[in-house]
Design a protein around this ligand. Sequence first.
Ligand SMILES: Cc1ncc(C[n+]2csc(CCOP(=O)(O)OP(=O)(O)O)c2C)c(N)n1
Ligand code: SF4
Ligand SMILES: [Mg+2]
Length: 291
Amino acid sequence: MKQITTRPRALAETPFTYCPGCTHGIAHRLVAEAIDELGIQGRTVGVASVGCSVFAYNFFNLDFQQAAHGRAPAVATGIKRVLPDRVVFTYQGDGDLAAIGTAEIVHAANRGENITVIFINNAVYGMTGGQMAPTTLVGMRTTTTPFGRDPRLAGHPIRVAELLSSLRGVAYLARVALCGVAQITRAKKAIRRAFQVQLEGQGFSLVEVLSTCPVTWGMQPVEAVRWLEQHMIPAYPLGELVTPEKKATTHPETIVVHPVTIVHPETIVVHPVTIVHPETGGVPPGTGERG
Ligand SMILES: Cc1ncc(C[n+]2csc(CCOP(=O)(O)OP(=O)(O)O)c2C)c(N)n1
Ligand code: SF4
Ligand SMILES: [Mg+2]
């Protein structure tokens, strides 16, 4: 029989501890394939987080560091700054990244750390029994929202990709979904692109991966994939939010504040602010000077 696929070299020959039908396994495979294709296995360092993917260090044939809950971006920052020739990525769930680790991810992205983040959004805390996460959909039942998430009590779902897309340190940001061959192929491309952006030294890259947790969602695996398609994608639109090319349009302005002159102790003259285009150095048409 003709063999049409093999285990990626970056994926260890170890049984996963994920539940049957869980898409963490697919995400692992995509990350490993991207690393193989880019030929970076020998110089890639992963940072595992807390959650069902806590054992990621066992599942990849890569150097790995375990981080405390939510702190993976800070740990990855340290590794990348000390070993800038390494390719450094974190693998984090939504409880880890968007709840306890909100500060770490926002500041790592804002600093433009040249690291890659693989963010698994399955709308719950899977490992601890399916409690509400910041990403839980409005009306979605979890063990801590048995009547459905009520935004008046628990706020609205946090759209991490949109939230981070406003930060200037972000070089690449995409949201993908693990449902069906076409979407999984796109997910792989985005993950590969994120690593590529890091290899080019462009700055922070993140791929938000919409995933399933069939066990705590109380669904069969196929039903969970359909639910993801029908309910998660409308709430979390797919696509590339930031790319190095789009960034020039998303953040076209550098604000240069001219020095303040103190004329008299009580009269402070603030010189006008000039908006300068980072590439041309010119003032963008129609913007002029803002006082
Ligand atoms: C400081 C701290 N608080 C709480 C926990 C308990 N805890 C372990 S995993 C987890 C949730 C993980 O959910 P998520 O990051 O979404 O990953 P998933 O299991 O869904 O992939 C929590 C709250 C912990 N280990 N450490
Ligand atoms: S609890 Fe959910 S996220 Fe965790 S391994 Fe099982 S299906 Fe996957
Ligand atoms: Mg989760």
